[in-house]
Write a protein of this length. Structure first.
Length: 375
């Protein structure tokens, strides 16, 4: 038997050969401070709530309220507005937004060479995020899905829903308060922080309605990165829109959002960059449930179909593989994520399936690539 050392006695040193087996030390990713996420809450009618209460902010005081509670940091380079989807608790919404943006920032700090336009612009990547929360929980049944679908529609329908008006006001406020984070100034960039829209599920509907119904604003900053320049009649611009697993019919851009894109004398919505939509055949919420509730699968299951503008289809890329501008520089980009958004064995046959399985480094890579190409 090998005798144990007496209590209090010094332990023998580990063999040096152990260190030799380990080899080179692992590369430690840089420590990045987590991005700040500011949450705003909407009620069932889409009205903005006073923080910590169920009291709606009077419509006439929306601008004053936002100015008091949303101070956009001048140091931020990119502003994100994130709207969550079905079956998301308020605390989870803010954590999801923070995790997604944090992953993107860590990717940039670890491999800035993959996102060269960010470094070339002279400002790096310093994201700041607003999470828009709304009551989206229900029973995981067909009736529950229809209930939240109807609520999302009521919150955004013209004449009754306040969500598009409130979100449009929020986007207009952020646009008006975008600071110039560049030092020194770079001629190839524009005077202002970049604004990106990120949605999940029904949150994508809110964002599309909000952008479509956003009012024209006085002449402001323009984006020079994308080939699709903003119409001068709509100077306010969002620089990109990324919607994970959108809960809407595949022909939504032809039926529900007909004025989102320019056409003829119509200037289109103030979105200068692409609208990127992920989909996965493992998404049961927009496949199984959407099929039974709406008679056809949704965008999150199979991508967009009929649309008033040309579309492009690609696959979600690994973090080591850069996106080419030819993949993302389109009005609508369908990204097939079926190989990644698969859920687990436990969730694959659950009511929602892989509907919420988008929190991956590859998703942050897509988010970061859009920010880089907007430069």
């Amino acid at each position: 038997m090998i005798p144990r050392p007496r209590r209090g006695a010094a332990r023998p040193a580990r063999p040096a050969v152990r260190a030799a087996r380990v080899g080179r030390p692992r590369a430690v990713p840089p420590r990045v401070a987590p991005p700040r996420v500011v949450a705003v809450d909407l009620d069932e009618k889409g009205r903005l709530l006073v923080p910590g209460t169920a009291t709606p902010v009077p419509t006439a005081r929306l601008g004053e309220h936002l100015a008091r509670h949303l101070a956009v940091p001048a140091r931020a380079s990119d502003i994100y507005v994130y709207v969550h989807g079905w079956q998301t608790a308020p605390g989870t919404a803010a954590k999801t937004a923070a995790a997604l943006v944090q992953q993107a920032r860590t990717l940039y700090e670890s491999h800035p060479e993959r996102y060269a336009p960010l470094a070339a612009a002279g400002q790096g990547y310093r994201p700041w995020c607003v999470a828009v929360r709304w009551p989206s929980s229900s029973l995981p049944t067909l009736a529950g899905y229809r209930r939240i679908r109807d609520r999302a529609h009521a919150m955004s329908s013209p004449g009754t829903g306040h969500a598009p008006y409130v979100l449009g006001h929020l986007l207009g406020y952020l646009d008006a308060h975008r600071a110039d984070p560049r030092s020194p100034a770079v001629l190839a960039n524009r005077n202002g922080q970049y604004l990106h829209l990120v949605g999940h599920s029904f949150g994508g509907r809110f964002l599309c309605e909000a952008v479509q119904r956003s009012a024209e604003r006085p002449a402001g900053p323009q984006v020079l990165g994308w080939s699709t320049k903003a119409d001068p009649r709509r100077p306010f611009t969002a620089d990109s829109a990324l919607i994970f697993q959108m809960a809407a019919p595949r022909d939504a851009f032809d039926r529900l959002f007909p004025t989102l894109f320019p056409g003829g004398d119509r200037p289109g919505a103030p979105l200068s960059g692409p609208l990127v939509l992920t989909h996965s055949r493992w998404d049961r919420a927009t496949g199984f449930w959407h099929l039974r509730a709406e008679g056809a699968p949704g965008i999150g299951h199979a991508g967009a179909s009929v649309a008033p503008v040309p579309q492009f289809t690609t696959r979600i890329r690994p973090v080591q593989t850069p996106y080419e501008p030819a993949e993302l520089d389109h009005r609508i980009v369908n990204v097939d994520a079926s190989g990644l958004y698969r859920g687990s064995r436990r969730t694959r046959l659950a009511p929602a399936g892989a509907h919420s399985d988008f929190q991956h480094p590859e998703s942050a890579h897509l988010l970061l690539s859009l920010a880089s190409m907007a430069r």
